[in-house]
Design a protein around this ligand. Structure first.
Ligand code: PLP
Length: 433
């Protein structure tokens, strides 16, 4: 399978190059030349497959031409080697809990899959070491670092803003050691992202080192997220609830929802999608006006969605040939402010006993407000509430239990290297590794 760039100046790129480069040279995002439809027989029997079996069929459609069957199977099975997501019913709305991986956030799947696919290519080519740079406001860093931990031939540098990530999040990438280095940047998340971007653009650095990105611009990070849309469908089919399915996705960079749109293109019977946003409502504005106007992000209590220029919007546009009408027909948008998010989290907990995290709360609320009577709604619960401990405890006025998996991280010793937001000093650091 070949990949082209959403900016259309780059075509015919191999999967390996798309994964290693991350972003195309024309600064567009890579898209596969074709999206294969899965056969009807797959959907007829999907509820009898394990999550791994089903995910392998989906992975084969994307990557089967470029990765040998046995290797791909191993990558998929290793990626999903943890408790499967759960479907949990809250009133008449379904929560697809995607927080049962190692760092309790949905990004685990993409991080693990990408690390193994990249590892496969490095091994196959006997390639030099690849350096993954990832800027994080919290969740991406932990998922990527844990996904890549111990993978041979790859070193990960996590850049995070000093004092601006929660203690739990920080522990998840500063205590690992091995091939993971945490860089504590004296600056904001935007400064971290700017350092990473400058590094990718720097000719001298790229001549010396192989650098790649593990953000959701990378096809190997976002595409595997389509697996759990199939899983959700299968679970609802088992319950006799798969008709008129509406998938609601709490969205930031739109990687997650884009994976869902790919699943639909592959034939998954989803009626429509809702992109649920916090106050960063650039997508909703686009739906309403037909114009895409990125603007600086504002900070909210659902901070993993504080994105003012969602990078995967380019992929959404490309999937629908730039047609605003086609996009509006399949995806609707909503936006909630912090008060609404907090109120939803609190009332859901009080009335049903189900504890949402602030991101899931946005998705849940969107279904309460926007679902038609004949539809079945599933929202993606993207992280465990304890990852946003202080926020959630303040809202419900109770202590939240921290799962053992998360407590384990907090026992480790924090190791990070302080750097400034000045690119020259970051560059010197990288030149010396
Ligand atoms: C990353 C993240 C999101 C947003 O996902 P995108 O793919 O960036 O749209 C939502 N919730 C949580 C908890 C996240 O970590």
């Amino acid at each position: 399978m070949k990949y082209y760039s959403t900016n259309k100046k780059v075509t015919g790129v191999s999967l390996q190059d798309a994964v290693v480069k991350g972003l195309a040279e024309d600064k567009g995002l890579f898209m596969p030349d074709t999206i294969k439809t899965l056969p009807q027989s797959f959907f007829d029997t999907i509820e009898n497959l394990s999550f791994q079996e089903m995910a392998y069929m989906v992975a084969d459609a994307f990557f089967g031409e470029d990765v040998e069957a046995e290797a791909l199977k191993k990558i998929v099975y290793e990626t999903l080697n943890f408790d499967v997501p759960l479907v949990h019913v809250v009133d008449n709305i379904y929560s697809l809990e995607l927080f049962h991986g190692p760092t309790l956030a949905f990004k685990d799947i993409g991080g693990r899959f990408m690390s193994r696919l990249l590892g496969y290519f490095i091994q196959k080519q006997n390639d030099t070491k690849v350096n993954v740079l990832v800027a994080t406001s919290g969740d991406t860093g932990s998922a990527v670092a844990n996904g890549f931990l111990g993978v041979e031939g790859i070193h990960v540098y996590v850049l995070y803003p000093k004092g601006l990530v929660s203690t739990i999040q920080e522990c998840q990438f500063t205590t690992l050691g091995q091939n993971i280095t945490a860089l504590e940047v004296d600056g904001t998340f935007d400064d971290c992202q700017a350092l990473v971007k400058s590094a990718f653009m720097d000719v001298e650095l790229n001549a010396k080192l192989k650098l790649t990105s593990a953000n959701s611009i990378n096809v190997a990070r976002f595409l595997p997220q389509s697996f759990y849309y199939f899983y959700a469908y299968a679970q609802l089919k088992k319950l006799g609830k798969a008709e008129n399915l509406v998938m609601c996705v709490p969205s930031g960079n739109f990687g997650n929802i884009t994976a869902g749109l790919f699943a639909k293109k592959m034939g998954l019977p989803v009626k429509r999608f809702i992109a649920a946003n916090n106050r960063n409502d650039i997508f909703l504005q686009y739906l309403q006006t037909g114009e895409y106007r990125p603007r600086p992000s504002v900070s909210t209590i659902a901070n993993a969605m504080d994105v003012g220029d969602p990078s995967n919007f380019a992929r959404v546009l490309d999937l629908y040939n730039g047609s605003h009408a086609a996009i509006s027909a399949e995806i609707s948008g909503v936006s909630y402010n912090d008060e609404q998010i907090a109120e939803t989290l609190k009332s859901c907990y009080q009335e049903t006993g189900y504890l949402l995290d602030p991101h899931g709360a946005v998705g849940y609320r969107a279904l309460i407000d926007k679902l038609d009577a004949n539809e079945t709604g599933v929202f993606l619960e993207t992280a465990h509430p304890s990852k946003f401990l202080e926020t959630v405890e303040n809202i419900i006025g109770e202590k939240v239990e921290i799962p053992l998996k998360l407590q384990e991280f907090m026992k480790g010793e924090k190791k990070s290297e302080p750097i400034t937001k000045d690119f020259q000093s970051f560059k010197s650091y990288l030149m010396a590794i």
